[in-house]
Design a protein around this ligand. Structure first.
Ligand SMILES: *Cc1c(COP(=O)(O)O)cnc(C)c1O
Length: 388
C-alpha cells in the first residue's frame, strides 16, 4: 500500500489517506507533522509562526498528530490549537523568573524516573514521547529528546524505590505520554506497580484523548480495566478540542470504569476568559470528565507570552462560582517554583471573622453573616474505638 505524500497538500483531509490509516493511532504517530512544510499542508502559516518555527523548533521539539492538526483553523493564527502547537519567536527568549526545570523535579528524584514531592504519592516518568509537543510543556527539558521508553533497569530501580517506601499510596504514571506506549509495554509498567501491596491506586496523566483519541480502543480498555482502581487525568485546554472522536475516547475509558479528571493549563489568548473555561468544563462533564486542576502556567523557559497574570485565573474562578455547578469548578493552583508543590489560590470570600462570627460574601457579592455554634470540643469519641 502506498501512502499519499503529506507534504504540500492543502489541506490534508481524511480523503488523502484511507479511513483505516487515519483511525490507526500508529499511523498518526508515524505521520506527525514537525516542519514548516508539514504544517503548511494544513494551515497558512503567519509570518510570526514562520519566524517561530525558525527560532524555536531547534530549542524545543515541535510535533503534532495529523488528527490534532486537522482541528487547526487554516487561516486564523489565533486558533487555540495552532497556539498550542506552533511556536512563536518569543519562545526562544528567557524571561524574568523562568526556569528550565520550573518545579525543581530533577532535585526531587530519589530514583531514576521518580519524582517524590509529597509524602504519600510519586510521579513515575515512564517515557519521554508525546503525541503532540505542547508549547507550554513544563517538562520540555526532557520530553521529546529521543522518544525513549524508560529502560527495564531504570524501571526496576524505580519500582524498587516504590516497594521500599511504604508511605507511597498513589503512583502517577506520566512522562511523556504513557498512552503512546504499546499496550504490552504499558501493561508491564502498570502491572508491576499494581503488584506492590501498599499502592492503593494508580493514576495516568495523558493527553491522548485530546491529541490521539483513536488510541483509546477496546484492546487498551480491556487491559486497563484489569488494574483497578485506576484513574486517568487528561489535559483539555479549549472546547474546540472536544470532538466526536475525543468524546468517544473519554466515554470508552469511562465505560471501562475509569474515573476521568481534567487538568487545564491557563494560556493567554487560548483559554484566559471565563467563557472559554465555562464552555470547556460543561463539555467535559457531558462526556463524564470532571474538571480537576486549573493550572497557572509554570514559569518554564520560553513561555512568558503564553502565561496569564495570576489575577486573570482568580477572576475566572470568581465568575465560575455560583454560575456553574461545583462539579464544573476545578482547583486553581500555582505549582510552586523550585518544588514546593501545588498551592491553591482563588477569590476571597471571607471578609472578616472573629468573636464566633464570619462575615462572608456570596457569588453575587451579597454579604452573609454566619454565627458559629457555642465553642465545644471537636474530638470524635467513637474513633477511639474505630481506629483501635
Ligand atoms: C501534581 C503532582 C502530584 C499529584 O498531585 P495531586 O494533588 O495528588 O494530584 C504528585 N507529585 C508531583 C511531583 C506533582 O507535581
Amino acid at each position: 500500500m502506498t501512502l499519499l505524500p503529506l507534504q504540500r497538500r492543502r489541506p490534508l483531509t481524511r480523503a488523502d489517506v484511507t479511513e483505516a490509516e487515519w483511525f490507526d493511532w500508529r499511523w498518526q504517530l508515524r505521520h506527525r507533522l514537525e516542519t514548516v512544510s508539514d504544517l503548511a499542508a494544513f494551515v497558512t502559516l503567519s509570518e510570526e509562526e514562520r519566524r517561530g518555527m525558525q527560532a524555536a523548533s531547534k530549542l524545543f521539539r515541535v510535533g503534532t498528530t495529523p488528527y490534532y492538526a486537522a482541528l487547526m483553523d487554516p487561516e486564523n493564527r489565533h486558533c487555540p490549537i495552532r497556539m498550542q502547537v506552533i511556536p512563536l519567536a518569543q519562545e526562544a527568549s528567557v524571561s524574568r523568573g523562568e526556569y528550565v526545570d520550573p518545579l525543581g523535579e530533577d532535585g526531587l528524584s530519589p530514583a531514576p524516573s521518580i519524582v517524590h514531592r509529597y509524602p504519600d504519592r510519586v510521579l513515575l516518568l515512564a517515557l519521554d514521547r508525546c503525541a503532540v509537543y505542547c508549547r507550554h510543556c513544563n517538562r520540555r527539558r526532557m520530553v521529546g529528546q529521543d522518544d525513549g521508553v524508560i529502560s527495564r533497569i531504570d524501571l526496576e530501580a524505580a519500582l524498587d524505590y516504590i516497594r521500599r517506601t511504604p508511605q507511597i499510596r498513589d503512583v502517577l504514571i506520566s512522562g511523556g505520554d504513557p498512552l503512546t506506549l504499546l499496550t504490552e509495554k504499558l501493561e508491564w509498567i502498570i502491572s508491576s506497580v499494581r503488584a506492590i501491596a501498599h499502592v492503593d491506586f494508580i493514576r495516568i496523566g495523558t493527553r491522548v484523548p485530546v491529541c490521539l483519541p483513536m488510541r483509546i480502543d477496546a484492546e487498551l480498555c480491556a487491559m486497563l480495566r484489569k488494574y483497578h482502581p485506576l484513574y486517568i487525568n487528561t489535559h483539555f485546554n479549549h472546547p474546540k478540542e472536544v470532538t466526536v472522536e475525543a468524546r468517544a475516547a473519554c466515554e470508552q475509558l469511562a465505560d471501562a470504569g475509569i474515573p476521568l479528571g481534567n487538568q487545564t493549563v491557563l494560556l493567554r489568548g487560548v483559554n484566559s476568559q471565563a467563557r472559554t473555561i465555562e464552555t470547556l468544563n460543561r463539555a467535559l462533564l457531558r462526556m463524564r470528565v470532571r474538571p480537576y486542576y486549573l493550572f497557572q502556567g509554570d514559569p518554564v523557559t520560553g513561555t512568558d507570552h503564553l502565561r496569564t497574570p495570576v489575577g486573570a485565573g482568580i477572576e475566572i474562578m470568581n465568575q465560575l462560582r455560583g454560575r456553574v455547578t461545583g462539579m464544573a469548578i476545578p482547583h486553581l493552583v500555582i505549582d510552586a517554583p523550585g518544588g514546593g508543590g501545588k498551592i491553591p489560590i482563588g477569590p476571597n470570600y471571607v471578609l472578616q471573622s472573629g468573636n464566633g462570627e464570619w462575615l462572608l460574601r456570596n457569588y453575587e457579592n451579597k454579604m452573609v453573616r454566619y454565627v458559629e455554634p457555642e465553642e465545644r470540643d471537636c474530638s470524635c469519641p467513637y474513633d477511639e474505638v474505630y481506629f483501635n
